[in-house]
Design a protein around this ligand. Structure first.
Ligand code: AMP
Ligand code: ZN
Ligand code: ZN
Length: 423
């Protein structure tokens, strides 16, 4: 490690301790009583790692984990197949409609507007309190938790943060993220986290900017795998690699989205007569006082080219979407490979338009996500059938030995991944 990275790491640790709700947590009653702790569980997300990317032969560390652990054919994201909704589903077991992070961009009647770049909204627990993330459950049961980025981890949800966490900063390199996780695992027993997260975003960025079949995505796959190799080596050095359970997954996949594939919504409805909540893959519109929203709905609910629109009460049941007050009254979903935008926006963002996208129908194969699990609780060399991502939460609460909150997952669907003795 060079001096710069060393300095960074020291400051990261100092910074994260400063961000924790309590400075240095005292030993939990269970720890003080010397009670056995569950094996540490590390949840790694590689944003937009499509299930089939692993077949490109560019990720030897992932291939080795898959070969000696459990490798699912795919994991199905929840709808919409976007980053924030799915990351929060993974740690709550709730569909986005049920936990309330229904899109990356949304409007709440009381809280106002939520976007990923709005730091105030992202760190406001009121947006997130429709679900209880696993770090909250773990904390309540005396386990320490640490998040090296995870949507929701910056917010005080029901009065709780992870014990150690960092404000999201895309400039923190993959190696620095790995080193921070290793540093947390080096803490003394009473302070060491049992549940940890680690998040990588380079594959998502490359997918948006260059498309899923680009050399840039391939390079991001190699780079992320190299960071995972550093993680595995660090865990081996500490004698932890075979003693902890590691889940490596993605929030969704990625589809090619060529530039000409734009549905221009302003050509279909008068946009000044509605409140536009979101555009792109999942567009949302709310009524504007004084205008005939029923007429707008009537127009857009007719069969459309390259998109489909529903009043929120008529969204197909399989998408599990529409009951939450944050879901706009009218939802339009682009066909895979298409985007919903406006003539003005297209001109304004010329040259900066994503040619890879996700957010589409979660049943589409291009939205399928990676899932690999490795560790003492998991079977070795097991290929597992596709399953929905709501099942990850009950799997993780089982691994941590804590009760699961009400959720949409089904532990029975995933317990076959575990060795029979720990099912
Ligand atoms: P999207 O592709 O629009 O679903 O958004 C994914 C992007 O969100 C990632 O590539 C990151 O740049 C960004 N991101 C990830 N985690 C966070 C976070 N905790 N806070 C803000 N932005 C984030
Ligand atoms: Zn994502
Ligand atoms: Zn993305």
């Amino acid at each position: 490690m060079n001096l710069l990275s060393r300095l960074f790491l020291v400051s990261v640790i100092a910074f994260s301790a400063g961000c924790a709700t309590q400075p240095t947590p005292p030993a939990t009653p269970a720890q003080a009583a010397g009670a056995a702790q569950p094996a540490p569980l590390l949840l790694v997300s590689i944003d937009a790692f499509r299930a089939d990317y692993i077949d490109r032969g560019l990720t030897p560390t992932l291939a080795a984990l898959a070969q000696s652990g459990v490798h699912a054919d795919a994991m199905q994201p929840s709808f919409p197949s976007l980053t924030f909704p799915n990351h929060y589903t993974l740690v709550t077991g709730l569909y986005p409609d049920h936990h309330g992070i229904v899109n990356n961009t949304m409007v709440d009647p009381v809280l106002g507007k939520f976007t990923l770049s709005n730091r105030k909204a992202v760190s406001d627990g009121h947006w997130w309190d429709g679900g209880a993330p696993i770090w909250e459950d773990a904390d309540a049961h005396g386990l320490r938790t640490a998040t090296m980025f995870w949507p929701g981890a910056e917010a005080d949800i029901h009065g709780r943060h992870p014990d150690y966490w960092m404000p999201y900063n895309g400039d923190v390199t993959p190696d620095q993220r790995v080193d921070q996780v290793l540093a947390w695992l080096d803490l003394p027993a009473g302070q060491r986290p049992t549940f940890l997260t680690l998040y990588f975003d380079a594959v998502d960025h490359a997918g948006h900017n260059h498309g899923p079949d680009s050399p840039e995505v391939n390079q991001a796959l190699r780079d992320t795998d190299a960071a995972l190799a550093r993680l595995v080596a660090g865990l081996q050095q500490r004698g932890l690699f075979d003693r902890m359970n590691i889940i490596v997954l993605a929030d969704h996949g990625m589809a090619s989205n060529p530039l000409p594939n734009s549905v221009l919504i302003d050509k279909l409805i008068p946009l000044d007569e509605v409140n536009t909540v979101s555009l792109d893959i999942v567009a949302g519109f709310n009524p504007k006082p004084g205008y005939d929203f029923a007429a707008i709905e009537h127009t857009l609910e007719q069969p459309q080219q390259h998109m489909q629109c529903w009043d929120k009460t008529r969204i197909p049941a399989r998408l599990h979407y529409g009951s939450n007050p944050r879901v706009p009254q009218l939802v339009c979903l682009a066909d895979v490979g298409w985007r919903i935008t406006t003539t003005e926006r297209l001109a304004k963002h010329k040259g900066h338009i994503s040619i890879g996208e996700h957010g589409y129908d979660n049943a589409d194969p291009r939205m399928r996500a990676l899932f690999i699990a490795h560790g003492p609780a998991f079977q070795a060399g097991l290929r597992y059938p596709e399953f929905p991502n709501v099942d990850v939460y009950p799997l993780m609460t089982h691994l941590l030995g804590i009760p699961a909150d009400r959720n949409d997952g089904d532990y029975d669907q995933v317990k076959g991944m575990l060795k029979p003795a720990v099912q």
